[in-house]
Design a protein around this ligand. Sequence first.
Ligand SMILES: Nc1nc2c(c(=O)[nH]1)N[C@H]1C(S)=C(S)[C@@H](COP(=O)(O)OP(=O)(O)OC[C@H]3O[C@@H](n4cnc5c(N)ncnc54)[C@H](O)[C@@H]3O)O[C@H]1N2
Ligand code: MOO
Ligand SMILES: [Mg+2]
Length: 431
Amino acid sequence: MLHRKMMTVEQARQLILRHSQVGPSKRVQSEASLDHVIARDCTAPSPIPGFDRSPYDGYAVRAADTTQASRSAPVQLQEVETWPAGYWSDHSLQAQTCIRIMTGAPIPDGADAVVPLEQVQHDPQLQTIQVFRPLSPGDNVSRKGEDIAVEQTVLRAGHVIGAGEIAVLAALGLSHVDIIQPPIIGIVATGTELIDPYADKALRAPLPYGSLYDSNSIMLQARIARWGAQSIRFPILSDQEPDIYEKLTHCLQQCDILVTTGGASVGDFDRIPAWLQSIKAQVLFNKVNMRPGSVTTAALTRDRQWVFGLSGNPSACYVGFELFVRPLIQAWLTQPTAPATVQAVLLHDIAKSSPVHRYVRARLRYCAVRNNWVVQTSGLDKSGALSSLLNCNALLHLPPRPLHQPPLSAGSFVEVILTEPGSYVSPSAST
Ligand SMILES: Nc1nc2c(c(=O)[nH]1)N[C@H]1C(S)=C(S)[C@@H](COP(=O)(O)OP(=O)(O)OC[C@H]3O[C@@H](n4cnc5c(N)ncnc54)[C@H](O)[C@@H]3O)O[C@H]1N2
Ligand code: MOO
Ligand SMILES: [Mg+2]
């Protein structure tokens, strides 16, 4: 039987990080860069605004003409032109004149301040305005480069592109941007009992007794997307398939990381360990001091491709992915690799003791009343359970607890790993 040397979760995670690599960069259209990671710093080739402009609909004036203006003795200026946004002429503003100017239009040569429409008295017949207060040079002028200076670093390498970043790229006329190409992660479910839930015939036909739908691949697809990588879901492989090794190797050739689910343990038809041996992969670990997911395996091929052999048990598959595949994706994308954790108040007793670390699927939220994070388990705490993945947005970490200890009681503080960023603030938080 295959030798398995037990490792701690932290040792296994460190091994992965030690062998991890940053992904290659790729030039893409800026509009396709949403949620991607910027590969290198990006500087502004031009300033924003690109010219001094008016932030108001009003009149461009020479501030010097208005120094004597007051409510009782307004200054009168002659209106000589109208400038909509997008218009410009080389007209130079002469003394005692003004230009009617719309928001966004360039400040005319010779003008150095803007009076908003509401603050003047306009005479349409005479084409004059009266200004009732003195203006200083620069009043109501948006300066060229005041928002973004030329050569300013606008996006830092490692930054994740959101709507604002895309807008700035567009405003700077940058149609392309270098992103880190996300890893392509292949997913293969192994198991003779498995049926593709989306195969037309399978959906209509009753499941043969002893069979079940492959849910792990679907869950993995969702997790991979959540962490910003790309996935390919390969057809299910039967454990008894005579050329399963060749098929697995063929899948591996099409991706950077291959994640298998099922067949990772010691059963007669658990083929993943032997396949890894057959391709002479370097097994980094194949037994971790945790539950569920103790059989989680990670290996590197000679071409430096990754293989993760995750358990077939759904909850174990989820935990193995979160604890080990996720940090590799993060390292590839230059994102922080340590899991985000909080200390949360446990909302109920947990009686179960365990000689190993347990990662229990859980629901975490912020409770405004308690002014604290609160957590509860999200369903049946068994490796093979699916129901605990419903509503699961966190993993509750329970360190080993010897048998016959009193239960971990409600109100205790426990460490919780966040697995669904953005799902934690509940507006109606209460207990
Ligand atoms: N004698 C021992 N037996 C087992 C050990 C052990 O150390 N000694 N380890 C147990 C642990 S722990 C785990 S975890 C499981 C790991 O099982 P495998 O990774 O080999 O997975 P399978 O045997 O293929 O399947 C296990 C279970 O999960 C169901 N399954 C498989 N694939 C899927 C899928 N894609 N979607 C949904 N459900 C799936 C499968 O039908 C089985 O019920 O081994 C223990 N045994
Ligand atoms: O280690 Mo296994 O994943 O509990 O069932
Ligand atoms: Mg098995």
